[in-house]
Design a protein around this ligand. Structure first.
Ligand code: ARG
Length: 462
């Protein structure tokens, strides 16, 4: 049977779709990505309908055969998507009608697009989260690798982007590992929370057909059916969770991207990005630009905006379903694309980044980065209160600055002006390497401590 143009769902109307209406109403351009999930959901639904004797087994078989043919057509790019048929659900249903005739109309028994679309989106996000989790795993493994390789490389730690204290470069990278681990947890939680089956909630009130929502839950690997049909069709918390987890992850990626941009600038020169992840300028032949990292930085903004958009769409929406909800897929799919590429770009960059160890070391020794060591020494050896030690050290730093010397280059007699009890052994403590080695507090920057954390992380990431 061939489709009459615009006939589907328009029996109540005297007019065919206005083109402007079609343009705003159609979501096919941004929901066709869920075709596989739509078919998967429909198969589960049809099987359940047959099992419950709501449709005949022969009808179910016909429906399944048609759906499988459609899946093949779409994956082989042989399917014609029609905007005037609204969305992926109606495009598939309409094609099913062409293939198997009237029986196709039975598939929508005890179902609405309102529960169908949430089911599809949950199924799709579940798969997408699995992909994100495996990409994050790769990122975490490579973060551990670069951390381990550079555990003994000293660099300056910053606060306020001012040199603070020397640290292990391994420790620096492991701080990003912690962020990526929390990202992993957030995605796992998101996936766990969304895994309740909305199918069978129908338009919003449930149905009088004797459906078995536990059967479709099982078939679609949901933990259980959702408990309230009104909430089921209007809930988009799971998309917000996903966008939030993505935003936080993108924010972390953007922070490391920003540091890559800064570090690779000739002003700082802590690292070089491999050529294959850089671009040049159309006018300045000498240029090598960190475009990929910059784009990761920008993509975090786009992802944040997607989260913000959905929160704003939802914030005053009356129960239950409204068409506003259709826009959620555009946001989810854009975020997904931007997040996948961002994770992959950062992984690729840190895999091949070249650290300028000498520059890092030199920077670590600048700007009186060992002043805290001096203060700590006064506390430990001369029983100063920390506040008094802080003041005396500030005086010594002022003096050192005035004679353009580093703290470790001051003579003992110069130091003794500030306290005659200062002894030679202070120099060991002012040594940058010793300063780092001494930070053995749990989670501190001492290489021994960092190595412990690396080993724990390796076990976790096996
Ligand atoms: N394309 C719609 C969406 O994405 C499907 C649900 C349509 N429901 C409706 N009552 N018009 O939200």
């Amino acid at each position: 049977m061939s489709r009459k143009k615009n006939s589907i769902l328009r029996k109540r109307f005297n007019h065919k779709n206005n083109d402007i209406f079609t343009e705003i109403n159609s979501s096919i351009d941004f929901d066709k990505f869920m075709f596989d999930e739509d078919i998967e959901g429909s198969i589960a639904h049809a099987e359940m309908l047959a099992k419950q004797k709501i449709i005949k087994v022969s009808e179910k078989n016909k429906i399944l055969k048609g759906l499988k043919q459609i899946r093949l057509e779409i994956s082989k790019n042989k399917f014609i998507f029609r905007p005037e048929l609204d969305d992926i659900h109606m495009n598939i249903e309409s094609r099913l009608q062409e293939i198997i005739g009237e029986t196709a109309g039975k598939l929508h028994t005890a179902r609405s697009r309102n529960d169908q679309v949430v089911t599809d989106l949950k199924l799709w996000l579940r798969k997408d989260i699995d992909l994100i989790l495996s990409e994050l795993k790769d990122l975490k493994k490579n973060t551990i690798k670069i951390a381990e390789k550079n555990i003994d490389v000293l660099m300056p730690g910053f606060t306020h982007l001012q040199t603070a204290q020397p640290i292990s470069t391994g420790h620096y990278y492991m701080s990003y590992y912690e962020m990526f681990s929390r990202d992993t947890e957030r995605f796992i939680e998101t996936k766990k929370r969304l895994n309740k089956n909305p199918l069978g909630s129908c338009a919003m009130a449930g149905t009088s057909f004797q459906i078995d929502r536990f059967a479709t839950s099982k078939k679609l690997s949901f933990d259980e059916p959702t408990r309230n049909s009104i909430d089921s069709v209007s809930d988009r918390d799971f998309v917000i969770d996903y966008l939030y987890a993505s935003s936080v992850c993108a924010m972390h990626l953007s922070r490391i991207a920003e540091e890559i941009v800064l570090w690779s600038s000739d002003l700082i020169n802590f690292c070089q990005i491999k050529d294959d992840m850089m671009s040049s300028s159309s006018i300045m032949p000498q240029k090598k630009n960190p475009d990929a990292a910059e784009l990761v930085r920008a993509k975090a903004a786009l992802i944040n905006s997607d989260l913000s958009s959905l929160l704003n769409i939802m914030k005053a929406l009356p129960l239950s379903y409204s068409k506003d909800l259709q826009e959620d897929k555009k946001l989810a799919v854009n975020t997904s694309k931007n997040l996948h590429i961002s994770i992959k770009v950062i992984t690729e960059i840190i895999k091949s980044i070249k650290l300028n160890k000498q520059t890092l070391l030199k920077a670590a020794t600048r700007s009186y980065s060992n002043a805290t060591e001096l203060a700590d020494w006064l506390v430990k050896n001369l029983q100063y209160s920390f506040r008094k030690a802080h003041e005396t050290t500030a005086d010594i730093v002022n003096f050192a600055e005035s004679v353009q010397k580093k703290l470790e280059d001051l003579t003992l007699s110069e130091l003794k002006v500030f306290d005659p009890n200062i002894t030679n052994n202070i120099y060991d403590h002012l040594n940058i390497k010793n300063a780092v080695l001494s930070k053995t507090s749990y989670g501190g920057t001492s290489p021994t401590e960092v190595l412990k954390m690396i080993n724990k992380a390796k076990k976790r990431e096996k």
